[in-house]
Design a protein around this ligand. Structure first.
Ligand code: SF4
Length: 339
């Protein structure tokens, strides 16, 4: 197990398999035009496998596949199967926007995927079309039903809460989650790279969410558990469990054991990091497994990232990255980092 400057272990790797997406969620891709990663730079499944192997040698045992939208990547079940066959990976999960999920849920399960998280911010098809600029709400709901029916180890629904947009749907989303057997996680709107329309006023804090839910369901109790997972979990009086990810108002950097790999092999040790470590070039230049492992050991031991805490401490909180800088470097975009 390797530790960083704050004695945080490296345990979890989010692997983006594409920077492309078939939605344009306002809190992630609000602009009309985007700079994409060159296709030739996108890692093959074999290259992803080699890099993941190097990470598992340093203690990573949780892998989450992300995008953009990962289900846009052709033959994704083939990668899932290859990763699921690796005994060092104890938890293999995927985050999707659900648009293509109905077509892929069964194949992902057969390939060995353990858990799935679907992003769904509203139960209102019109609000969905406004939020994402695509009329795909019905497809997402069908995708969630399909995922619920094939029976993954867990099914979660992630909802980014924005004031004046979907903050009136907390109760409905929770009840919908209960209905389909999914655990709902509410996410505070984050000022990450790409969230060019972010304002502090649009953030609904964890405290506000808990107050709203308690006024409807009665006292909510925290679920006591030792975990480095980003969500704080709570139980309603009837035992229904839900989570809140409060990175904007109550960051959890102190226990962060996560890092991210972009689809072209850039390793980012924090969602707010301005720069990363390139694995594609050394890999394609013939680096040995041992050299990749050493690169991970060296870089992680130097890690001191606490991005969300620094953002909270900053006086004037504006969107993290100016549009001009995003146009110059696609790696700064949240959709390239996989959230
Ligand atoms: S902001 Fe960075 S250090 Fe903090 S929890 Fe997120 S990824 Fe980890």
């Amino acid at each position: 197990m390797i530790l960083d400057r704050f004695e945080r272990p490296l345990r979890s790797l989010r692997v983006s398999v594409t920077d492309r997406c078939n939605l344009r969620c306002q809190y992630c891709m609000p602009e009309t035009d985007y700079v994409w990663l060159p296709r030739d730079n996108v890692l093959s499944f074999e290259e992803i496998g080699r890099i993941v192997d190097a990470f598992t040698e340093t203690g990573v045992d949780r892998v989450r596949l992300t995008g953009g939208e990962p289900l846009l990547r052709r033959d994704l079940p083939r990668l899932v199967e290859a990763l699921a066959a690796r005994s060092a990976i104890h938890d293999l999960a995927l985050t999707t926007n659900g648009v293509l999920l109905m077509q892929h849920a069964h194949a992902l399960k057969l390939a060995g995927l353990h858990r799935i998280t679907v992003s769904l911010d509203t139960l209102d098809p019109h609000r969905f079309a406004t939020l994402t600029r695509f009329d795909e709400h019905r497809a997402v709901m069908a995708g969630i039903d399909a995922a619920a029916s094939v029976g993954f180890r867990s099914l979660k629904i992630d909802s980014v809460v924005i004031r004046g947009v979907n903050d009136g749907e907390l109760v409905d989303l929770l009840e919908y989650g209960r209905h389909v057997g999914a655990e709902v996680r509410f996410i505070e709107y984050m000022d990450v790279g790409g969230a060019t329309r972010w304002t502090p006023e649009a953030v609904v804090s964890r405290r506000e969410m808990l107050r709203a839910l308690e006024s409807r369901f009665g006292p909510v109790v925290p679920v006591a558990e030792e975990t480095s997972a980003p969500a704080d979990r709570y139980a309603l009086p009837d035992g229904t469990v839900f989570g809140i990810i409060s990175s904007t108002t109550e960051p959890f950097c102190a226990s962060c054991d996560r890092s991210r790999l972009t689809a072209d092999g850039m390793w980012l040790m924090c969602l707010y990091a301005k720069a990363g470590t390139d694995f594609r070039r050394p890999l394609r230049a013939g680096a040995t497994q041992e050299e990749l492992v050493q690169l991970i050991r060296t870089m992680w031991s130097l890690r001191a990232d606490r991005g969300a805490e620094e953002r909270l401490a900053s006086e004037r909180r504006l969107p993290l990255i100016p549009l001009a800088a995003l146009k110059k470097d696609a790696h700064l975009e949240m959709h390239t980092r996989g959230g």
